[in-house]
Design a protein around this ligand. Structure first.
Ligand SMILES: [Zn+2]
Length: 102
């Protein structure tokens, strides 16, 4: 079969976001949305908190990558420093909890 120039992402549809850690584009539903609460980065578990968000794979390795690259400062457009310990705590308690039934 011939490709018609249109990219397919494994047949998946729907919105995509880029993980601020590893920079891989992934379906929004697979990523954890993070928002800023003061100078704390917190997981937006219901996807309803207002404000600028950042998307991250629910993985500690991606969190560490994002910290190392100061990706949160860019994502939230703040000078920092930011405290990501709420996100870390969430990931340690809920490893790969990207598909919580609601
Ligand atoms: Zn990632």
């Amino acid at each position: 079969m011939r490709q018609s120039g249109k990219l397919e992402y494994g047949g998946r549809r729907g919105p995509q976001r880029t993980c601020v850690g590893c920079r891989v584009r992934t379906a929004k539903s697979e990523l954890l949305r993070l928002v800023l609460d003061g100078d704390h980065v917190v997981p937006d578990l219901r996807g309803r908190l207002p404000g600028r968000g950042a998307s991250l794979h629910p993985a500690l390795s991606c969190l560490e990558l994002a910290e190392r690259r100061r990706a949160f400062l860019r994502a939230f457009r703040v000078p920092g420093p930011l405290d990501v310990s709420p996100v870390r705590a969430h990931l340690e308690e809920n490893p790969m909890s990207c598909r919580t039934p609601s």
